[in-house]
Ligand binder design. Structure first.
Ligand code: USQ
Length: 385
């Protein structure tokens, strides 16, 4: 396949690009380095430095028989997007190129607007360019489980069969997202579903849970191939943060009671899920939704797992409950379906003691330059500017 990966410089995009290239697909990467700019604005860095994307692609191309193509494109620039899609004419587009952080989007008006413009306008430009230059291509779009929020009913995979006043219909599952970032993904989902319904676009919306993990087979090949791993309060996801906090002797930052529950998955399973989606093209006009996570945990479940892993590694890990900076339900029902990807062949990597120990070991070996100032949350949901 000719695969275009949008956001190929990121935590998920770079390992995805290497994976498809390694298996022989023709990979095109685009990025505009917005994430690196946001990191500089926030004064944060990944745990380990990440080589420039050009360097990573050149090194990959020197050592691999399948060469990647790299273009610098901002999806908000409609002309650049049209030019890219006309030149590349991909079979499959994997779209990660979005502002990914809920706290970033909740800092105030500027970052909320930036997030929604970047994500929604970029995605819309892409839909139009696809319709014009590659109407049969398959869009694999990274959405989020946070689109659903924490409703008091079971969460279905994208669609809900509804009976109302004696009539039935199949509707998009109602959304109650957690942040302006999660809302941007809701708006994307609606725009994509509309494009499928009206233009016959083929799309898979992957409602992904919280990702944890450090390595994939390809990131381990060379130190320059490692992927961006954040532990800060803006871009770090909860388990990755807890691992670095434990390794550097900082108490684990559980927000509120820690009873809030989410779906989680290993970085390696992200790649596998995206591969399953890409290898199984939906029909023209089909808006397919998969809930992409493998296990549900509360924040406290994760804190306890990291504490136990720390004890096995000889560390004394303490758990701190701090005032929750977010407005989110802490005690809630959570039962989200996630069978479709498993039915299509996903064999999940579960968060066993062995997996937790191995991640902690890897973090311990690399936590010489941890910045302790980014452990406590600096952004609250109620602050306005
Ligand atoms: N949390 C803590 N302590 C921390 C950090 C987070 O208790 O130090 C709690 C949060 O309050 C929240 C949960 O952990 O209840 C998850 O927070 P998170 O920062 O790991 O994840 P979230 O903000 O939901 O966003 C992340 C990714 C986002 C993706 C989403 C999937 O940054 O790109 O869309 O996970 S999901 O959560 O399923 O929507």
């Amino acid at each position: 396949m000719k695969i275009l990966i949008l956001g190929g410089d990121g935590y998920l995009g770079w390992p995805t690009a290497m994976h498809f290239s390694a298996r022989g697909d023709e990979v095109w990467i685009i990025d505009n380095f917005a994430k690196r700019r946001w990191e500089m604005e926030e004064g944060i860095e990944p745990l380990l430095p990440i080589a420039p994307l050009h360097t990573r692609v050149n090194l990959w191309n020197e050592s691999s028989e399948h060469k990647m193509h790299l273009r610098i494109v901002d999806l908000v620039d409609d002309r650049a997007v049209y030019k890219l899609i006309e030149e590349c004419v991909p079979d499959t587009i994997i779209h990660y190129a979005e502002q990914p952080s809920a706290p970033y989007s909740m800092q105030g008006r500027t970052t909320a607007v930036n997030t929604q413009v970047n994500n929604i306008v970029g995605n819309l430009n892409l839909l139009f360019a696809m319709q014009k230059y590659c109407p049969d291509a398959h869009l694999v779009k990274l959405g989020t489980m946070g689109e659903y929020g924490t409703p008091n009913i079971d969460i279905e995979e994208g669609w809900l069969e509804l009976e109302h006043n004696g009539r039935k219909d199949r509707v998009l599952y109602p959304k109650k997202p957690h942040s302006f970032y999660h809302l941007s993904k809701v708006h994307d989902s609606h725009n994509i579903e509309f494009a499928c319904r009206v233009w016959g676009t083929r799309a898979t919306d992957l409602n992904q849970g919280v990702v944890y993990g450090i390595d994939t087979d390809e990131t381990l090949l060379k130190s320059e191939f490692r992927t961006s791993f954040h532990y800060d309060d803006v871009f770090g996801t909860v388990l990755n943060r807890f691992l670095v906090q434990a390794a550097s002797g900082h108490p684990l930052t559980v927000y509120g009671s820690g009873t809030q529950t989410r779906g989680f998955l290993n970085l390696r399973d992200t790649i596998k899920c995206v591969e399953i989606a890409a290898d199984n093209t939906p029909d023209a006009g089909e808006f397919r939704v998969f809930n992409q996570f493998t296990e549900q945990f509360s924040v406290m479940d994760l804190a306890e797992k990291v504490k136990s892993a720390g004890e096995r590694a000889g560390l004394n890990v303490t758990i701190n409950h701090i005032a929750n900076p977010r407005v989110e339900q802490e005690d809630h029902y959570y039962n989200a379906k996630h069978t479709k990807l498993v039915d299509m062949g996903l064999d999940p990597i579960l968060l066993t003691d062995e997996v937790t120990d191995s991640m902690l070991k890897s973090v311990l070996a690399n936590c010489g330059h941890v910045d302790p100032n980014v452990f406590l949350p600096r952004i609250t949901w109620t602050h306005r500017n």
